[in-house]
Design a protein around this ligand. Structure first.
Ligand SMILES: [Zn+2]
Length: 610
């Protein structure tokens, strides 16, 4: 203003020399107005024009919060934590800025450089995730030192129960070329997160939501000045919340009961096909696979010879061993080869030509009916019943009970296992020998199954042949809506089996656990009664147990149903190289069932039952 006054005074003096005194005040007023306009329109206008040439409208994507996952009782198991990310346009980042950033963030410059090199030169990329709050403050306060760099608030996926739910929920990671090839086109951008495994992958479309977009006016240093009025922004739509069928308490108990053992545990409701728990070991912490990833941890997980990323409940098939015997029993009863009273004699072995197939017990079991054959898991009973049926009949009933095919569980890469018919399809039935039938009838040899298949097979035994499709999601709840989608149970197959036959079979399975000499007696509970079947799968023959290294030890199975009278849960425990089914797998099942029934019975019912 001082300058203006000075200029005005100079002009005033020239006017005084050329005009009458009468017009002095009027002229001065005019001149002041003109000077003001000149200042605004010419001088400052140039400045404004200069600024607007460097201004731009910049689209800023607003990442939609991913849908959360809750257990069947409404407990949160996958959620989002608020966090800050650092973004940059590669073209605008100088060497100096990059070095300053690396120093400020305490990370290697090469890591940031690699990110820049991977991005499109003129597009925003995520340079650093999960920026700690003190750094956010420091970077904001010294933003003039970091031209081209932005800090934005976003969310980071968090799995509350860490390792316990890894194989079930999966994890999210940065979208890859492979992901882009399989996902709908035009939705995903570089650096976007996508479900990589588990339910995160299967339900990606529901969980993802739709990202929003805001437009900002930014200055030449990409500092946001204000939100642009045009074009209009779009608010993000959060992903749908999923209420799962899982009981997280049961899931955690199963995870802990498995301890350091490799294997899988699956709990299923036979009345709906709802999965109550699904655990696989060894496992991993999915939180460390969510960007920013822990590179050393990922390297260890991918190189681990115990394959922690493998979901042993569904992605891996094993011999079922004696847990397969009920299938042979069902076929025998249905085809009238036996009834519940028919006795078959165990001499300790069955001879086929020159070859002897032994019972597991050196002394014979004598003449026994089906319930005792199951109770003691007598091999000779099932060798002979298997030979009476033939491999084709056993194969047929295996298929009807869901073996040799995927259960349809909504998790990636399910395996279907192998049945004799798969071999015949490839090599013709001439490649099958009677000895193979003998092995098949006790669940050894060519036959392989997954733990999830066995859970649904036993669930069908509980339901007199009705087998449900596996279900993991009960409800999907869109954000801000009262309308939620219910996933109804669906029947996969209905076997027409006389309930008297199934009752005979269930009696045998009850004896396995509740008879003093039953092979599954280590799963006996005071309440409720448990029924079930043990299985021990020989991995190598000719070695005594104590001579076997861990990787050659037998596989141990136990499949339990409880309460035995009217089962509400079928529980499969599979221990890879875990030893004997009765000695090793049954006690694991006992711990889980004990805890499950103690937790779910309400206190009033408990008092009444005392
Ligand atoms: Zn026997």
């Amino acid at each position: 203003m001082a300058r203006l006054h000075h200029q005005a005074e100079q002009h005033d003096e020239s006017f005084l020399k050329r005009t009458e005194k009468l017009y002095w005040l009027i002229s001065l007023g005019f001149i002041l107005v003109i000077l003001r306009l000149w200042n605004l329109q010419i001088m400052a206008g140039e400045e404004y024009q200069l600024l607007s040439r460097h201004n731009r409208i910049e689209p800023v994507p607003i990442i939609a919060p991913r849908g959360r996952m809750l257990d069947r009782n409404g407990e949160l198991i996958a959620t989002n934590h608020p966090c800050f990310v650092l973004t940059a346009i590669p073209d605008q980042i100088t060497e100096t800025t990059l070095s300053r950033l690396a120093m400020c963030l305490g990370c290697k410059r090469e890591i940031l450089q690699a990110r820049l090199d991977k991005g499109i030169k003129t597009r925003d990329i995520v340079l650093y995730e999960n920026v700690p709050w003190p750094m956010v403050v420091q970077l904001e306060e010294t933003s003039e030192l970091f031209p081209g760099v932005q800090i934005s608030a976003t969310h980071r996926r968090h799995y509350i129960h860490e390792e316990a739910t890894a194989h079930l929920l999966g994890y999210v990671g940065q979208v890859s070329e492979d992901d882009l090839a399989r996902l709908p086109k035009g939705i995903y951008r570089m650096n976007d997160l996508v479900g990589k495994d588990g339910l995160e992958r299967t339900y990606e479309a529901r969980l993802r939501g739709a990202d929003g977009m805001l437009f900002y006016e930014t200055d030449s240093r990409r500092r946001r000045i204000r939100q642009a009025s045009q074009p209009q922004g779009l608010l993000p739509v959060p992903g749908e919340d999923l209420v799962l069928s899982i009981d997280i308490r049961l899931q955690n108990v199963a995870h802990e009961a498995l301890g350091e053992e490799a294997g899988a545990i699956v709990g299923v409701s036979p009345h709906s096909g709802e999965i109550l728990c699904l655990v696989s070991h060894p496992t991993y912490d999915p939180n460390k696979l969510v960007p920013p990833v822990d590179s050393a941890y990922i390297r260890d997980v991918f190189n681990d010879k115990r394959y922690p990323l493998l979901n042993r409940a569904i992605n891996s098939a094993y011999s079922p061993g004696s847990t397969f015997k009920p299938v042979v029993a069902i076929a025998g009863l249905a085809e009238n080869k036996i009834n519940m009273h028919t006795e078959i004699t165990c001499k300790g072995f069955v001879q086929l030509g020159q070859r002897k197939f032994h019972c597991w017990r050196k002394r014979s079991h004598g003449s026994i009916p089906l319930s005792q054959a199951l109770r003691y898991s007598c091999n000779c009973y099932f060798y002979q019943l298997g030979l009476r049926l033939g491999a084709r009949e056993i194969d047929k009933y295996s298929q009807m009970l869901g073996l040799g095919q995927k259960t349809g569980i909504k998790l990636p890469s399910e395996k279907s296992g192998t049945l004799p018919s798969h071999l015949w399809a490839r090599q013709g039935s001439g490649s099958w020998y009677q000895g193979d039938t003998v092995n098949l009838s006790i669940g050894q040899g060519y036959l392989t199954v997954t733990p999830i298949q066995m859970a649904f097979l036993y669930a069908a035994i509980v339901k007199d042949g009705i087998r449900y499709e596996p279900s993991l999601v009960k409800y999907a709840i869109p954000s801000g809506s009262d309308l939620y989608q219910t996933f109804e149970p669906k029947i996969a197959n209905k076997l027409d089996l006389p309930s008297s036959n199934m009752a005979a079979l269930r009696l045998g399975l009850w004896e396995v656990v509740n008879h003093p000499r039953g092979t599954g007696r280590q799963c006996r509970l005071p309440f409720p009664e448990v029924a079930g079947k043990t299985g021990t799968v020989q991995v190598i023959s000719g070695l005594e147990d104590e001579e076997k290294p861990k990787e050659l030890m037998d596989h141990a199975w136990f499949i339990g149903m409880a309460p035995a009278e009217e089962p509400e849960i079928v529980l499969v425990v599979f221990l890879e190289h875990g030893g004997k089914g009765g000695e090793n797998a049954a006690p694991v099942a006992k711990r889980i069932l004990e805890s499950y029934f103690n937790n779910t019975i309400n206190p009033l019912e408990k008092e009444n039952s005392l």
